[in-house]
Structure formats: C-alpha cells, structure tokens
Design a protein around this ligand. Structure first.
Ligand code: CO
Length: 134
C-alpha cells in the first residue's frame, strides 16, 4: 500500500453530486467516466493531493444502486494505490481479507482494481488500485 488514492462517494444523481462537490471543493470535476461492467457513472475531483470519486448508479440493478437503496448517499469505499496489484491481492488474501474479484478488473480513471469485502475489512469496502501503464 502506498497511500489513499481516492475516496469513493455514492450519490443518487451525478449532476447534483457534482454541484455539491464543486461548491465544496472549489474546483470542477476533471473527468466523467462510465464503467458499464459495474453499472456506474463516475465523476472525479482533484483538490491538492486528494481525489474524490463520485459514483452514481447506471440503471437500477448494479452495486451502486443496491448500496444507495440499503445505505443511502455517503462514503462508499476507500481506495489505496498499490504498485503491484497481483502481489497485494495475494498478500491480502493470505491476511484473511476476502477479495471480491480474483483477477484485477479494469476500473475508472485508468486503473486496475480489486475490491475487498467490507465484512473482512472492518466494515469498509476497500479498493486496491494500480495505474494502468502504457
Ligand atoms: Co474507486
């Protein structure tokens, strides 16, 4: 683990979330990206060294949609930057964390990602992410 790469926040509407975070952070989002496989639309903000990812549901049967129905808007995950995601996944698995995907998946903002089940991580959904190079 290197550092917190971003904090993921679930919002009902990307437009409203973007408005809120633009006035909170004082900067507009730098990118919007749809991840069809996860049924999510994302919007990214950078403020100094920090990054916020807003996640809004695409349709009504994806993981974000389910999260919002169960918990409402709010912090969805904490993402950590790693340099060797496969090695970290092996290490996490050995440490007893439950991996939600067995091989790295292509996530938003040019990253390989793997999620750890919140039940194995003290109630927090953890994302490991590695920059896709080349
Ligand atoms: Co994320």
């Amino acid at each position: 683990m290197q550092k917190i790469e971003h904090i993921g926040i679930a919002v009902n509407s990307l437009e409203e979330g973007e408005k809120l975070y633009e006035s909170l952070l004082g900067v507009p989002p730098y990118k919007r990206e749809t991840v069809e496989s996860e049924k999510v639309v994302t919007s990214f903000f950078r403020q100094g060294p920090n990054k916020i990812e807003l996640l809004a549901p695409l349709g009504n049967d994806g993981p974000i949609s389910k999260f919002l129905a169960k918990k409402g808007q709010g912090i969805h995950h904490i993402a950590y930057a790693v340099t060797d995601i496969k090695a970290e996944m092996q290490r996490m698995s050995k440490e007893g964390f439950v991996l939600l995907n067995e091989i790295p998946k292509r996530g938003a903002d040019n990253k390989w990602v793997c999620f750890l089940h919140p039940k194995s991580a003290g109630g927090v959904l953890v994302e490991l992410c590695q920059e896709i190079s080349g």
